[in-house]
Each structure stands twice: as structure tokens, then as C-alpha cells.
Design a binder for this molecule. Sequence first.
Ligand SMILES: [Zn+2]
Length: 401
Amino acid sequence: MNLRDDARALSDDLIRMRHDLHRTPEVGLDLPRTQERVLAALDGLPLEISTGEGLSSVTAVLRGARPGGPTVLLRGDMDALPVAERTGLPYAAEGDLMHACGHDLHTTMLAGSARLLATHRDRLAGDVVFMFQPGEEGWDGAGHMLAEGVLDASGTRPVAAYALHVSSSIHASGVFATRTGPLLAASNVLDVTVRGAGGHGSAPHRAKDPIPAACEMVTALQTWLSRAFDVFDPVVLTVGSFHAGTLPNIIPDTARFTATVRSFSPEAFERLREGLPAVCRGVAAAHGLEVDAEFIEQYPTTVNDAAEADFIAETVREVHGEERYEPMENPILGAEDFSRVIAEVPGAMAFLGATLPDRDPETAPSNHSPLAAFDDAVLADGSALYAELAVRRLEAEAVTA
Ligand SMILES: [Zn+2]
């Protein structure tokens, strides 16, 4: 079986599906039109399909030729972003939403792999679970699908789980990249409200001004980060919102800021969880103010299983050629809820460069930009890689079992 050639024969269909999804982006956990489009793409294939209860997910199970065989899970996320597209492409979305992170490509490639594997199911040494997931962009869609039982969809826990993520910059079109160990950071939020007592701007001694204390917290947090953490275990904190007051001569009652907090190791996570609110409480106490400082957990670190990441690299090299694989020296500080899946079962995620051929990967607009654009040419090879990973991993498992 040559999945790569079969996938290329599907290319026109894949491009059509992707453009259709791209024109009608949906955000969050409820993506009714996207779900409909996925169900239409899977229609007629020999799949056991179920849809989510609390979210518009699609879980499809393909039974291989050997009953009772192992299971591999393939995941593609489906949600868009609240970004107004400015690419000027003929299939650009109108309105305030955009597939600026390329999840329309993931959805399409996963559907493509289902079609490829259905054609070759007689050669599958086990079952494949296709996980079409809404709500990756901060909605914890993966967590919801895990709670609804996606890992038990085939009746046996997956021996491995894989996901691809396209990139509109950094990697040239068609280049796959991954690494063993941490691939993406843990992403959490610090939410701080400093409580003072408002008054007239001319008489601060009669009020309790929350603004200087909140400003001090912002700098104290950065200083603390630089003193309390091993430099070889990176942490990043960015205060992305800061709000207080209305007019120059009014001292407000409260000041509020929120920060995104990125880290990798469990030790750093624990120290941040305890330490960040403690720094804010200490500064507030020095000013005689109250503070609510809450550390809100979002996504854990995405840690690739070493053997599964090596297996992706080896599969890319064998199927698509040596030059199509690029090892990543460092992780990146973005985050993913696929982290939850591969915290439960062994697995790995890889990036797939989709920079437009006429753009420089170094300077091309990145994912989440209103100008981000993705090369359709990767759809066939991405579909083929998903399919190859399932075929080869099931075969390997069957041989060792
Ligand atoms: Zn994404």
C-alpha cells in the first residue's frame, strides 16, 4: 500500500474541504457547522461514529482486520480564533473569526487519513480512533473529550496517540519537526485584584491607593522569577492586562491585572502556583492593602514520549524523505491541550511547516496573525503521515504482542 500516493490522489478533495472550513470558522466548544462538515466527509466510510454531549466533538473508530488488536489514537483540533482575517485570499473568512492557527488543515488531514485508512483497513493490525476536537484555543476541548471517554472509544486504551500542528512560519512548507521530552509549555494564569479604598487624587493619605501597589507587584513578580528559578528550567510571565481607575483625580477602589505564566517542569509549576500569589500578598501587606491573587490552572506541559517522538521522526524520514524532518533543539512556549491526552497514554505531537512558498519562514506572519496563511500543498502529505503512523504503530505493536 502506498498511502502517500493515495493521499496525493485525494489532494483536490482535501483542498476543497479545507477552503470550505476556512470560509466558515467557528470558535470554542460548539462548532455545529464544522461538525456537520466532518460528518459529511466521513459519510459512507466503515466507521463507528459518536458525537460529543457537552461539545461538538466527533469520535470515529475504524476497526482493523485483526479483531482484538491494539488501538492508536489520531487527533485533529477544529476550532478557529476571534481574529478578523486580512490575508486577502480568495477563500478568506469574512467577519470577526478566522482559522488563524490552521486547525482547518488539521481537521481536513485527519478526515483525509480516515478515508485513506478505511480503504486499507484489511492491512490494519488494530483499531484507529479519530479524535476531532473543538475548543483547543483555551477551552480545554481535550479535557472535555477525555471526560466523555474518548480514550475508551474503541474498547481498549490507545497504545499511542499522535497529533500534528501546522505552522505558517518558522518551518518551510512540508517540513515536519518535533523533539523528545517537553515540546510545549504549561500555560496558566495569575489573576490579581488589589483592594484599596478610593478617594480624591489630591488627598492620597485619606485613601488607600491600589495602583502603586499593583505596579510594584508587576515588577516584584519579574524580580522574583529571576531569583527563584533555575535558569535551565525556563519560566516566562507576561502581564497582558492591567486595569484601574477612570480619571486622573480619582483614586480607585481596586486595580486588577492578569498574567500568562509559562513553565516546563513540575517543580517550576509548583513553585509558581505557591509563589506568585505569595509575592502579591507580601507586596499588598507592605502597603496595608488587601489582595485577591489567584493562580488559575489551564494547560499542562506537552511532553512527548521519547520513543513515540523518535517513531514520528523515523516515519517522516522513511515516508517523505530525510530532508523533510527537522529535529527541534528547544521546546516552544506555546501550549496545547493535547498535553492532557499524552499525559494519559504514550504519544507525541509534531509540527508541520506550511509556510507559503513565496514567503520567508523567518519573517512570514505567524499562527494567530490576521495575515497568517497556510500552504494547501501540505494537506496530502499530512494526511498520509497520520495514516502511516497508525499503520506502522499498530503493526509494530502486533509484532511485539
Ligand atoms: Zn493551534
